[in-house]
Ligand binder design. Structure first.
Ligand code: GLA
Length: 378
């Protein structure tokens, strides 16, 4: 033990792009870290969180990307249940936002514009007429965050200062995101932010799950329960119409656990517009705090994923735009619907919908949201 302690306290010095970088490998909390690449002359560091059940989560400071999540099936056999790449370079570029933190405004802002305190802001359009996931260049998924292992928890802290005017958004926005892996097989993601000017903020995590194991076919046989009586129907640009529509009697009713694929090809206007599920579900909640959002079960492996959150909604996206053009881990080709996302967040385009829950963060306020992904078997 003494020896191990002294070894883990040893600082390693690495040269990256001409810079001297001191690394601790691993940290005192037991979190391992390794150099995974470099971007803009800054090291990309991959952190490995492991718990007492052998569950393992790897995440990097580039885009806060969750690179792998290894969990057992009902026989105790481990598999990696998130899509991703073996190298950091694999994520540059990353058009499907695999594994990343997305923002400053996750999801869509119509026509790349919004008005705040009488001023109209223009954002880069990167999704037809819309701004998707914060813009095109310096968005949360495409930058190297400051990072360090947490001292008192099995986790990692990512910090990023999104500067005033970045991608057209107002205010210096200071972000802190932590990923903690608990001994109850929960990955807890905590987001905090402050700003010096009023700004829209919608932050989410864009991991694609496949509980059979990444690359192992599509997700249509997974069964999902979504704790939502209503969803936000969209127009042809996937912008909410403003209506909160009841899921009752529609293919959007997942209030009882249902196969993802059972109605996905129905001739339903909303499914056609979304090319499948790509919709924001309004969570049923009794007051603030953590609320169950969704529960997914994969019958062949018995793996279960439960998502809970403080956020008001979850975007259920069935990987409709994956088209086989991305080759991921171990050469696996990610085809249509090989992964699903459960992106907890605010409703899309809220800055242009005064009736939707508020997404404007003001100076002096503290933004705080939490989402947990819990893994088990049945
Ligand atoms: C979100 C969007 C989808 C798609 C993916 C990334 O889930 O809602 O339409 O853009 O991100 O491909």
């Amino acid at each position: 033990m003494m020896l191990r302690r002294s070894l883990i306290a040893t600082a390693l010095v690495t040269t990256i792009g001409g810079l001297l970088v001191a690394q601790q490998n691993p940290s005192t909390s037991g979190v391992q870290q390794e150099r995974f690449g470099a971007r803009e002359e800054r090291p990309i560091i991959l952190y490995t969180l492991k718990n007492s059940h052998g569950v393992e989560v790897r995440a990097m400071n580039y885009g806060g990307i969750i690179q792998s999540v290894r969990v057992p099936d009902r026989e105790g056999k481990f598999a990696d249940v998130v899509l991703g790449h073996d190298t950091a370079e694999g994520y540059i570029p990353n058009p499907p936002y695999i594994g990343a933190i997305v923002g400053r405004y996750a999801n869509r802002i119509a026509n790349g514009t919004f008005t705040l305190d009488g001023k109209t802001y223009t954002l880069p359009k990167n999704d037809g007429p819309n701004t998707l996931h914060g813009g095109s260049t310096r968005t949360f998924d495409k930058v190297v965050w400051e990072s360090q292992p947490l001292k008192d928890k099995n986790g990692v802290l990512f910090e990023y200062l999104s500067k005033d005017g970045e991608e057209g958004f107002p205010g210096n926005l200071k972000l802190r995101v932590t990923y903690v892996l608990t001994d109850s097989n929960e990955l807890v993601i905590d987001y905090e932010a402050t700003t010096d000017k009023a700004t829209p903020l919608n932050i989410s995590q864009h991991s694609y799950f496949n509980l059979k194991g990444e690359g192992n076919g599509d997700i249509l046989d997974h069964e999902i329960m979504i704790n939502a009586d209503r969803f936000t129907p969209v127009d042809k640009n996937l912008i909410p119409t403003g209506e909160l529509r009841s899921v009752k009697g529609t293919p959007f009713d997942f209030t009882k656990s249902t196969r993802i694929g059972s109605r996905i090809e129905d001739n339903d206007e909303q499914l056609v517009l979304g090319h499948g599920y790509d919709h924001n579900f309004v969570l049923n909640r009794k007051g603030a705090g953590m609320t169950p959002a969704a529960r997914v079960y994969e019958p062949t492996t018995g793996r279960v994923l439960e998502v809970s959150t403080t956020q008001p909604a979850v975007q259920f996206y069935t990987g409709n735009f994956l088209d086989g053009s991305v080759t991921g881990k171990s050469g696996h080709v990610y085809k249509r619907r090989y992964g699903f996302c459960l992106e907890t967040q605010h409703y899309p385009d809220s800055p242009n919908h005064p009736g939707f829950p508020n997404t404007i963060l003001k100076p002096g306020e503290k933004f705080h949201q939490t989402t947990a992904f819990k893994f088990s078997t049945k």
